[in-house]
Design a protein around this ligand. Structure first.
Ligand SMILES: Cc1cc2nc3c(=O)[nH]c(=O)nc-3n(C[C@H](O)[C@H](O)[C@H](O)COP(=O)(O)O)c2cc1C
Length: 373
């Protein structure tokens, strides 16, 4: 079976991606202390690029010391971090036009930091840690916008082809998007539009500085799956706003530790009855695709069957498909599919990789156990 569309090129903004396969951002917990890129990080990305992925999105990169998920998260909040990022970009660019985006993030309400107070748009307690974050003043929100902008500019200067804002899964930018965690009454809270204003200001801040040709894309919270949170209708409104702001691509995701996991388990072909059981954000993607203008749609979440993926792309329901867990097990999966072996990934979506995230480094426990036996 030839996977014509999956292996055809397409642009995001002005940047040509050699095929439609994206590595969705994956935090591997493998920076060097404190937040620097070293050899073990470069090795992971070298393997991914060698494996044929068209666009690699890095794991979440911190925009500020208050926003890290620990000492082994990559940072880009000061110039001293840049040398490692430049090496990373060069490593990936070695491989046949492979492109790389930096995913920039602040941990927001989810954070537990030995030195800093947890911050968020509003003081809504986080059930998992029991911490009530400190509410930012409007002036401080503007300062955090500036931190995202400066990090985005650094990403551009390091040679990244694109930058992605992490606006999903319950972190800082999601905290603004969601009516559950954003109770503000200033220009950054209230209506859907006002809750997306922070994204508008970051987008404009980066583009104004580096120029329109540098794509700014976003992974966003399409649904919180929580009462008073972002529901599907609200997610559609957010998507419309993101497209209006000018984002070059959107990657809808949803859920988080307080509701349901964005890494749905048990989606092996044995239990899948309908396409959406596997490609679990496809129904939402189909709803927003017609309203996106000059904005590519990256479909993430449970993409496992390359023939189905090719059909989704050919039907125009998405422009790219994005994979996380399968590439932890098999970084060379795209090349395997391209060579004609279209069997699904060896990943069984057991989320064993997810459980390694807290302590790191992230790896596939299932694969390791099989190799041992
Ligand atoms: C170990 C691990 C780390 C992840 N890190 C990130 C991250 O840094 N940023 C992000 O947006 N999503 C992150 N995700 C979510 C994935 O990008 C993706 O949205 C999710 O796993 C669904 O895709 P999949 O079914 O192909 O795994 C992570 C998931 C896993 C399993």
């Amino acid at each position: 079976m030839e996977l014509k569309t999956l292996f055809s090129p397409k642009k995001i903004g002005n940047v040509q991606i050699k095929n439609r396969i994206v590595r969705s951002a994956t935090f591997m917990h493998i920076a060097e202390k404190y937040g620097f890129i070293g050899d073990r990080y470069l090795k992971v990305y070298d393997e991914l690029a060698k494996g044929g992925t068209g666009l690699i999105i890095t794991g979440a990169v911190a925009v500020d010391p208050t926003g890290t998920g620990g000492p082994y998260q990559v940072c880009l909040y000061e110039d001293s971090h840049m040398a490692g990022h430049k090496k990373l970009v060069d490593t990936v660019h070695e491989y046949d036009g492979t492109k790389i985006a930096s995913q920039i993030q602040h941990i927001g309400r989810v954070g537990v930091h030995p030195k800093y107070q947890t911050i968020a748009p509003s003081p809504v307690p986080y059930k998992i840690t029991g911490i009530t974050p400190r509410e930012l003043t409007t002036e401080e929100v503007k300062e955090y916008i500036e931190k995202f902008v400066k990090t985005g500019i650094r990403a551009y200067e390091c040679g990244y082809d694109l930058v992605q804002l992490h606006g999903a899964h319950g972190y800082f930018l999601t905290n603004f998007l969601s009516p559950y965690t954003n109770l503000r009454s200033d220009e950054y809270g209230g209506t859907t539009e006002k809750r997306t204003n922070i994204l508008r200001d970051i987008y404009n801040g980066i583009k104004d500085e580096v120029g329109k040709q540098f794509p700014v894309i976003i992974k966003f919270q399409s649904q919180d799956f929580i009462p008073n949170g972002i529901n599907e209708d609200e997610g559609i409104k957010i998507a419309k706003n993101l497209s209006k702001i000018g984002f070059d691509a959107v990657e809808p995701s949803g859920g988080g530790a307080e509701s349901i996991l964005y890494t749905k388990g048990n989606i092996t072909s044995k239990v899948v009855k309908k396409e959406e059981d596997e490609n679990y954000f496809l129904p939402f993607a189909k709803k927003i695709k017609p309203i996106l203008k000059d904005c590519a749609l990256i479909l993430v979440g449970g993409i496992r069957n390359p023939v189905v993926a090719d059909k989704i792309l050919t039907d125009g329901d998405a422009d790219f498909i994005s994979l996380c867990r399968p590439l932890i097990y098999e970084p060379d999966l795209p090349n395997r599919w391209k060579s004609g072996d279209t069997t699904p990934p060896k990943c069984i979506s057991c989320n064993s990789c997810f459980t390694t995230m807290e302590k790191g480094p992230v790896y596939c426990v299932t694969k390791k156990n099989l190799e041992k036996n």
